[in-house]
Design a protein around this ligand. Sequence first.
Ligand SMILES: C[C@@H](C(=O)O)C(=O)SCCNC(=O)CCNC(=O)[C@H](O)C(C)(C)COP(=O)(O)OP(=O)(O)OC[C@H]1O[C@@H](n2cnc3c(N)ncnc32)[C@H](O)[C@@H]1OP(=O)(O)O
Ligand SMILES: [Co+2]
Length: 134
Amino acid sequence: MRKIEHIGIAVKDLKTSNALFKRLLGSEHYKEEEVAGEGVNTSFFQVGETKIELLEASREDSPISKFIEKKSEGIHHIAFDVEDIHAEVLRLKAAGFEILNETPKDGADNKLVVFLHPRSTNGMLVELCQNKNN
Ligand SMILES: C[C@@H](C(=O)O)C(=O)SCCNC(=O)CCNC(=O)[C@H](O)C(C)(C)COP(=O)(O)OP(=O)(O)OC[C@H]1O[C@@H](n2cnc3c(N)ncnc32)[C@H](O)[C@@H]1OP(=O)(O)O
Ligand SMILES: [Co+2]
């Protein structure tokens, strides 16, 4: 794992939280993107070498609406940048982690993504992501 690619924050309303994070970070988000497969609208802020990803539910059965209903707005996942996502899936599976999708799926920002179940990672939802141009 090369670095923390982004930290995902579940929010109720992207517009409101874009304004809040602009006040917090002192810079504008640099893009918004819908990821239909995940049921999310995202926005991204660059923070040095890493990013903050704000996530708003784009449909009722989105993982984000469930998360906010059960817990609250807040940190939803940590995403690690990996060079070879297939190799990392094999390594983590052999190490006993529960992989939610062994076949990488499309994420935001031109990435392939895989999630690990929080019950196998001390309650923290982990995302692996590999740039598609790698
Ligand atoms: C766009 C992309 C990108 O960056 O490119 C993204 O990030 S997309 C980001 C959105 N996509 C995803 O999150 C996809 C991966 N997530 C999932 O498959 C799901 O949300 C699961 C993590 C498997 C949870 O789904 P499930 O239906 O089981 O929900 P549930 O509410 O019954 O939760 C089962 C248990 O997991 C816990 N749980 C649920 N979500 C959690 C989270 N984000 N962090 C920590 N724990 C979490 C619940 O509290 C519960 O614990 P207890 O059992 O103790 O009560
Ligand atoms: Co993410």
